[in-house]
Design a protein around this ligand. Structure first.
Ligand code: UDP
Length: 453
């Protein structure tokens, strides 16, 4: 640890899509603002971060990794419920101990807590340390989730989150069209619906005391910024720079870039459903595989071993030389490669930002959580992608052709290409004195003056 620097402790939700933006925030707070940044993960994540990044130390590009016990056993299946149990029952006392351990070496200036790890808000408050919330996704989803109590009050949803109206378009002013079943708390297995909704209610309740909220969002994503976000104070620091180094939980397959180097410009379909998505089922995997084959385009597909049982018989032999499958790709490098012409995705927020920043058009098949909201922005607001309804083979084939045939002409693909470049410029234009950096500066000022706020 560096003597004399003010210190910030970062607590992400323990999943790749949350660790990535929290790491980028910690990196920026260290390199741009001189803080000692400490990223706290449960043991099961920490061990994987260390194992997957060859040569990693406890100090990563200026960000210090700290780990706390999680109560999980070796070989235990780690799902949403196991993680919730660890967060609620094991991690709070260990975080408290860690925070108190800094008291003799200058203390902690702030704890920044991912809203999905809201258990840590109370811990920081007990230790009398200023606490800020972090929302790793877009403002639109935050508005939707934080609007839940108001929606219950207005009779739009019942107290279990079930919509009481046919159409969820007008739940939040300015939100693009959503079907009721696409509300983030409704997606997933019906048996766990109650506990998912309870998780969100608990999160909203715990975050009521937050004075500040930092979002990995950029203003251009909103069609209407009117909202009821007077408290906490909002800092839109997105897009956090995705070009800085990123810790990953899996080792990257080195073949990807070598293979892309041999393909023609804008010819390849990149396919990935992110780091953690409910299985889409063998039949969907088969349809997707056949659609990619029928499109005639080369493809690079991130497909975990668990999903490969859905591949049609003899498939790998048939597409040999034209398509490759990997388990984990260096995604940001892949998306930045000239050979990639479009990205067939699940609409995870990090992946969306990474793709737009690299000027790629999108084929969307949202599966869970905030992905339907993100998809609505991609397809209906920004018009830089096409939505795949059922993921049937013909739809995949036609979707790929619609996007990829002509990236410069007046056809649909060309128009989307031009729109994604404009969006990219808007997004990148925010990274600077008047945009994201200014918001981060404003947060640092607020922190310095926190007793006066
Ligand atoms: N990712 C990666 N390699 C892969 C698949 C995903 O590096 O093969 C990264 C991707 O770049 C992104 C993150 O994993 O930063 C996934 O986050 P996102 O919010 O898109 O989706 P989630 O996994 O949270 O559903």
């Amino acid at each position: 640890m560096v003597e004399g620097r003010p210190r910030i402790v970062f607590v992400p939700y323990p999943a790749q899509g949350h660790i990535t933006p929290m790491f980028h925030l910690a990196h920026a707070m260290h390199h741009q603002h001189g803080f000692e940044s400490i990223l706290v993960n449960p043991n099961f994540i920490h061990n994987r971060l260390i194992a997957s990044s060859s040569g990693a130390t406890e100090d990563n590009h200026g960000v210090i990794y700290a780990n706390i016990p999680d109560g999980l056993h070796d070989g235990e299946s780690i799902d949403f419920f196991a993680i919730s149990h660890a967060m609620e029952n094991h991690m709070p006392c260990h975080l408290e101990r860690l925070l108190k351990s800094f008291e003799t070496v200058g203390g902690v200036s702030c704890v920044i807590v991912d809203l999905l790890a809201s258990w840590a808000v109370g811990v920081a408050e007990r230790c009398r340390i200023p606490v800020a919330g972090f929302w790793p996704a877009m403002l639109g989803t935050y508005r939707l989730i934080s609007g839940v109590p108001d929606m219950i009050y207005r009779g739009l949803i019942d107290k279990n989150g079930t919509p009481l109206q046919e159409d969820a378009t007008n739940f939040i002013k300015g939100q693009p069209k959503l079907n009721p079943e696409e509300l983030p708390w409704l997606i997933g297995s019906p048996s766990s619906k109650r506990s998912r909704f309870a998780f969100w209610l608990r999160t909203i309740d715990r975050c009521k005391s937050l004075r500040w909220l930092i979002l990995n969002t950029f203003h251009g994503e909103e069609t209407n910024t009117e909202n009821s976000l007077s408290s906490p104070r909002i800092f839109c620091v997105g897009p956090l720079p995705t070009h800085s180094p990123t810790p990953t939980l899996w080792s990257e397959d080195g073949i990807c870039i070598e293979w892309l180097d041999k393909q023609s410009p804008s010819s390849v379909v990149y396919v990935s459903f992110g780091s953690w998505v409910d299985p889409i089922g063998d039949d969907k995997v088969a349809e997707l595989a056949l659609g990619l084959e029928a499109s005639g385009k080369p493809f690079l597909w991130v497909l975990s071993t668990a999903w490969r049982s859905g591949l049609p018989k003899g498939y790998l032999d048939r597409v040999k030389g034209r398509g490759i499958l990997v388990s984990w790709a260096p995604q940001r490098e892949v998306l930045g490669h000239d050979a990639v012409g479009c990205y067939l995705m699940h609409c995870g927020w990090n992946s969306t930002i990474e793709a737009v920043e690299r000027g790629k058009r999108l084929l969307c098949y949202p599966v869970a959580g905030d992905q339907f909201v993100n998809c609505a922005y991609i397809v209906d607001v920004w018009k830089v992608g096409v939505r795949l309804g059922k993921l049937e083979r013909r739809e995949v084939e036609e979707g790929v052709k619609r996007l990829m045939d002509g990236c410069c002409g007046d056809g649909e693909g060309g128009k989307m290409m031009r729109r994604v470049m404009v969006l990219k410029e808007q997004m990148m234009g925010r990274c600077g004195r008047l945009g994201a950096d200014a918001e981060l500066n404003a947060f640092v000022d607020a922190l310095a003056n926190w007793t006066l706020d």
